[in-house]
Design a protein around this ligand. Sequence first.
Ligand SMILES: *Cc1c(COP(=O)(O)O)cnc(C)c1O
Length: 368
Amino acid sequence: MPRPLSATVHLDSMQHNLARVRACTPGAKVWGVVKANAYGHGLERGMRGFAGADGLALIETEGAVRLRELGWTGPLLLLEGVFEAADTALLDKYSINSAVHCVEQIAMLEQASFSRPIDVHLKMNTGMNRLGVRPDQFAQAWKRLRAIAAVREITLMTHFANADELEHPRLTVREQVRRFCKGADGIDGPRSLSNSGGVLHQAELAAELSNDWVRPGIMLYGGTPGGKPAAEFGLRPTMTLASEIIGVQDIVAGDTVGYGSRFEAAAPMRIGVVACGYADGYPRHAPHGTPVLVDGVRTVLVGRVSMDMMTVDLTGVAGARVGSKVVLWGAGLPVDEVADAAGTIGYELMCAVAPRVRMLEADLESHG
Ligand SMILES: *Cc1c(COP(=O)(O)O)cnc(C)c1O
């Protein structure tokens, strides 16, 4: 029998969350972001879950090729563009759209030979200071791209640093949009600005934010980039990491649990051992108190997470025993809440699910 640990992907929730994106941004076309193995859900499942998206966007060139081989015929976008000149042949062969974020990439496109037209997203750095052309050099970059015969449509793109916090003290979405509009002044073309944070705040930003394309990732997977719980936006979990209790220990006051004996019982307790550890992608730094569900009852992690196991408090969970069902995150326990307790973000938890974890599929409704 395999270990009782599994990650169940809810394709129905992926479809539902895509519909939420459309409800937030009526009229905009949607890139379903499926980088990092569809945020840990599996690229092929990302393709099926977001079959209704207008295109799929990712970072990995080999992932884009695989999506074509899996039968995706819609638009594909490389969010960081090509990494070397040879990649331009893949753009041509597999009809992949590319972001262009620096003059080096423009030069690669100038020197490439294309057998068909190619669409690109020209990226502006409006304050994130990661990728993108500076606003004052944007028009010139655009002209160079425009002069390449094979380049058909040029979408104008930027990325927000703080879309989850509208009144961010250092750099607001509004300020980034202002810089974007200045840099793109007089340049025609579709615009692609919003990640999940932008989509979720579309209502408040209606005056500033006009998107022809949006690029949501985390909200499609039932998480939020920060702040409000996903359920408040009507988003549903798309991944349930679940396991079972494989051992029980009754301990007395003064007993300690696990490596480093970091947790000491103040009173008699029942400890449950869960088949899931850091080698499965569960964060080792998750502290005492991180929420866990056992037989649907909320309890907490105690002691250190080890490689293959973790220990939880069963004292208040009536009837818990070997074989009891455990949810680490997902149905009934938002991934963002677990991430928050562990000092990280839901993105990292879902992306980190290890290859040894069995991946299953089930509707959220029928799960558990
Ligand atoms: C990852 C990524 C997104 C999606 O971001 P979320 O916060 O997950 O919505 C959008 N655009 C670009 C360029 C990205 O790299």
